[in-house]
Design a protein around this ligand. Sequence first.
Ligand code: NAD
Length: 273
Amino acid sequence: MTDRLAGKTAIVTGAGSSGEGVGNGKAAAILFAREGASVVLADRELERAEETLALIEAEGGDAFAIAADVTNADDCAAMVRAAVERYGRLDVLHNNVGVSTRADVTEVTEEQWDHVMAVNVKSIVLASKHAVPEMKRNGGGAIITVSSIAGLRANSSAPYTASKAAVIGLTKSMAGDHGRDGIRVNCIAPGLVYTPMVAPRMDDDLRRIRRQAAPLGTEGTAWDVAWAAVYLASDEARWVTGVVLPVDAGLLTTTPVTYNRLGQQRHGGPGAR
Ligand SMILES: NC(=O)c1ccc[n+]([C@@H]2O[C@H](COP(=O)([O-])OP(=O)(O)OC[C@H]3O[C@@H](n4cnc5c(N)ncnc54)[C@H](O)[C@@H]3O)[C@@H](O)[C@H]2O)c1
């Protein structure tokens, strides 16, 4: 490792994983610590954040776990306060938290809609409201948001797609508002990544179809998404703000129907002649 985040304090929201294995938040927290950051591991479920903490401490990294529901304004204030009390500064806020509900507009309940929008969008506003003043005090910082390719294309879930599109709008708005304070705000749009969040809905066939959908033809993991977060958090990205970075094996660059057919023919999949 290269200490790309040495001396920085980072908050990762949703720093645990919703199931066995490594999700995007857990992977980002581990890589941030490996790169020298002190990491605040925030999760609604404290035990999940503590699992990540144990992994970081086993590698000699510096972190602590805190229970915070980032849809709650008081929890967000307390999370930022705890970071500054413990480490004296805040440099990076990684807004990783996100949930999905598979429903179109005829199916989704008002409660489901409000929940998805609160977790995926409002949480970023509430956490950033308290993080921005602390970053300003240091002369700048980096805020990262997590959208999805579903924020750029329909994805069988109206509330998820709408919320992830809103994350992109919010990112650009914040990048414009806080650039002169030295605060960069960038968005990662993960593709069809295999993580604990999606694993319960997957069988081998679906994993193969997802893998074959994109030009690279390989399965993405939380580590692929987390490396993008390391870059955007680091000073190496000092001149980058307001961008949406797809981490998707090239899925967004292609026209799916045409490409899938050709890809399968070339690689001996179901459409091969
Ligand atoms: N896995 C994929 O294929 C994929 C694709 C695109 C985007 N994403 C995005 O990646 C992000 C997270 O993925 P992940 O793999 O870490 O998910 P995950 O479900 O494994 O982990 C999320 C963590 O967030 C916590 N959490 C949920 N609601 C919370 C709240 N209100 N306050 C605090 N913590 C809360 C959960 O307890 C859990 O530990 C999400 O924004 C998701 O939409 C994932």
